[in-house]
Write a protein that binds this ligand. Structure first.
Ligand SMILES: [Zn+2]
Length: 268
């Protein structure tokens, strides 16, 4: 497996805001060899200090342990920080062969280990796990607390993992658009033909994840699938795929990604 440069797009499918931390696409202790599991952590960082005061430690490491420490950070506001696309030092030794550093992704959620979890942060936590399960074809049972795969660890504190996994399973099985409010939908950008921005990449990633990108679309491109997914241009080919997705959803096939098309595309 290469560096996982799709992780920011996967995170955006949660509907929560995403920060791509500079340099994330090439950050890691080498590429990520496999993704067979997900490990949930808390940072044990300071009690205050803003949304994600542990960013520097998770990115750069601490004495005795070089960063990056995990692929994702999760702020108190539900903001998702994409920190690394390669392997990270978040779980060693592991009691589960599917949750070693070489076989799993880590999420370090900001919490000092005692304070209550804001609901918006838990919502982002569950949705990020759900989108990662979808992306990598994992059963929800592969989402583990650090304490479940490393007996020396307490994190994430006070999260009932059976209830957490049940909620993630419900999200994976969920009805498109079920948790969208009108306010969220109004804030989504309108994507038009010719646009060139990061939101276009999200459209590409979502179409691919929903099975609406036939391999003939990218097979002959120099960059293959990765090149296709990382293009930020809304070109004619993409507009055609959007139309086909809209037809499959029973929507007006106008080729614009707006308030009607985003919810089924993001499937949150
Ligand atoms: Zn941990």
């Amino acid at each position: 497996m290469p560096f996982l440069t799709q992780l920011a797009d996967v995170a955006r499918r949660t509907g929560h805001p995403v920060t791509e931390v500079d340099g994330w696409k090439s950050r890691g202790h080498g590429p990520q060899p496999e993704v067979r599991g997900i490990v949930c952590h808390h940072t044990a960082g300071p009690a205050g200090g803003g949304d994600y005061p542990s960013l520097r430690v998770v990115r750069d490491g601490r004495p005795g342990l070089r960063g990056p420490l995990s692929q994702f950070g999760l702020g108190r506001s539900g903001q998702i920080y994409v920190i690394a696309a390669g392997r990270c030092w978040h779980n060693a030794p592991s009691t589960s062969s599917l949750h070693t550093n070489s076989r799993s992704l880590g999420i370090e959620a900001e919490n000092n280990g005692f304070q209550p979890w804001p609901e918006v942060q838990l919502d982002a936590y569950r949705k990020l796990c759900a989108e990662l399960c979808r992306e990598f074809g994992l059963p929800v049972s592969r989402v583990k607390a650090h304490r479940e795969v490393n007996t020396a660890k307490p994190d994430p504190h006070s999260v009932d993992m059976n209830a957490f996994r049940a909620a993630v399973a419900a999200l994976i099985a969920g009805t498109p658009g079920s948790s969208w409010t009108e306010d969220i939908v109004k804030q989504l950008p309108l994507i038009r033909p010719g646009d060139d921005n990061l939101d276009v990449k999200t459209v590409r990633g979502c179409l691919f994840a929903r099975g609406h990108v036939p391999s003939t679309v990218y097979a002959d491109l120099p960059g293959g699938l990765e090149g296709w997914l990382t293009s930020s241009l809304c070109d004619d080919g993409l507009v055609e795929l959007v139309r086909s997705f809209q037809r499959a959803q029973g929507l007006d096939a106008d080729g614009l990604v707006g308030p009607k098309t985003w919810p089924p595309l993001l499937r949150v």
